[in-house]
Design a protein around this ligand. Structure first.
Ligand code: DGP
Length: 114
């Protein structure tokens, strides 16, 4: 599973515009940004989809969300607001099968999404 492009970014085999990393989490700019700020927050652990996360991943999932909030602060969009989302499987729009949280902001965001 660590052979997805995101696994390779997490272990340094493939370059990305990294903006945050710690022992368990890496964040980098999306290659195809949908907003002025579009960052992907991923666990180093190669969990393919949210469906594959188990109770043992509960703390890690929390760390992903806290890292997203930290990056939002770093990027200066925390006060104006932003969106975090996880696409799950093809019907949810997932294309890379390494769990990731999208952090999107820097422009007004519509709700509901398309
Ligand atoms: P999703 O559709 O939720 O699986 O989102 C995958 C996102 O990953 C999509 O917005 C484009 C981005 N992406 C795909 N390949 C790369 C890559 O090699 N580098 C970076 N930085 N982003 C990528």
């Amino acid at each position: 599973m660590s052979d997805t492009i995101f696994g390779k970014i997490a272990n340094g085999e493939v370059a990305a515009d990294l903006i945050y990393e710690d022992d368990e989490v890496v964040a980098f700019r999306d290659l195809n940004p949908q907003a002025p700020v579009h960052v992907l927050v991923i666990p180093r652990k190669p969990i393919p989809t949210l469906n594959d996360a188990g109770p043992e991943d509960a703390e890690l999932l929390g760390r992903l969300m806290l890292a997203a909030a930290k990056v939002a602060q770093q990027e200066g969009i925390a006060e104006q607001g932003y969106r975090t989302l996880i696409n799950c499987n093809a019907g949810g729009g997932q294309t890379v099968y390494h769990l990731h949280v999208h952090l999107i902001g820097g422009r007004p965001l519509q709700w509901p999404p398309g």
